[in-house]
Design a protein around this ligand. Sequence first.
Ligand SMILES: *[C@@H]1O[C@H](CO)[C@@H](O)[C@H](O)[C@H]1NC(C)=O
Length: 455
Amino acid sequence: MKLSFLFLCATISIAYGELHDGRFTVPLDHFRPQDGRTVDFNYRTNIQYYQDDGPLFFYINDAGHFTTEWIERGLIKDLAMEFGGALFTTDFRFFRNNLPTPTASLANLQFLTVDQAIADIAVFITTAREHVSSDGGKAFVFGTGIGGSLAVLARQKYPHLIDAAWSSNGVFLPSVFTTDVYNTVADNIREVGSTECGERVTRAFQQIEDLIATGNDQTLVDEFGICRPFNISSRMDVAMFSEGIVEQISSQFERFHHSGLTSFCESMSVIPADPMRSLGRWIRFNFNVDVGTCQNYDYEGRIRLTSDTQWNNPGTSSGLRQFLYLQCTQMGNLRTNTNGGMFGRRITEEYRQRLCMDSFGDGYDFDELYKTVEIMKMAHGGQNPRVSRVFYTNGYLDQWLSTGITYTYHEDAHVVNVPGYSRWSDLTSLNTLDSIVLYNAKTSVVSAFRRWNSD
Ligand SMILES: *[C@@H]1O[C@H](CO)[C@@H](O)[C@H](O)[C@H]1NC(C)=O
């Protein structure tokens, strides 16, 4: 199944070589002192460079996207080598092997909140410090995407435990719906690609619209390698299809940055008279449709995945249901394109709302989201969290840029924006092949950590 947007790479390497496993115990509910239930969570650590009272670095995973990569290599691992530091990471509660409840029922998911996750980080840091018997070593947190946001929010809430934070393309501004995200993708295509490229994509989506109007599903299925069942008369299937195409386009920018965008725009002009066929050809080539897989846009099938409450089934082991729960109850930022524009107008508020309601069923109230989004903003400050000793880097090709922190006047808070790259790029080691802006961004991050470590 190709459509698990944020979870394509949710794999884990065996703990071998320098990695060690550990466990820490957290309350199931951090905010009800008389609820005595606790759960054990797993973490992974790299202590091969550790020297007494060296700094402790914590990579905060993006929700549902577990990786140990950034405690094994990259810019912060290089810092750990330099300082005699230890590196740690853990998965989010309710994802992968940190499952605190017997099922993922709606009632059990009540313990999956941003604030519970931040409180887990505090316990994690305290436990990790005990495990390496560290008294004086500084504690630093870093992450990307939601991991970046949580790193900053953890420092905001627990400054006595966390000395500094680095957010690479964090997401900070919650809203119920947002059209900004897909507009950012469209702007990148027009401005970093070309005006003609933007026009071709716009035209391709108009051609798709014509097929939908005439109910010509066979052409759509063939061109885009769609799996059956696919119901072209269903607004929900069509919305999922539109979303899938936009996500496939932006995922290439995320993986290949500027060159992903350039090669996409080159592909869009391969069949000049027929942008839709150019787009279809690009999708089939890049997402392996030509070698026999297909793209699943069956809404009912998707709902079966996201409403499954048993662990170890595809909808829960991929984290799809849990991530949707976070979006539908607290984080929002449900991406729509109802204002028209490059990608048509099919990814509607109705579609987003129904995904939430059909997945969580009776007992779930979409309207509560309007309130919780406001509370999130109030409690954490949105794009102005007023946190000091923090670094924000932003790859300017990231589709979530509009929700990030791209300027700050706060004391000892720093922003570096990196054109030509999406997220992840600045987590890697300094490399002379990096563009000058990327190299400088990484150097600034390293300098800040050096200063914070010696303060
Ligand atoms: C396709 O969707 C339409 C509109 O929702 C619905 O009326 C129709 O029954 C669906 N067809 C199939 C085969 O599911």
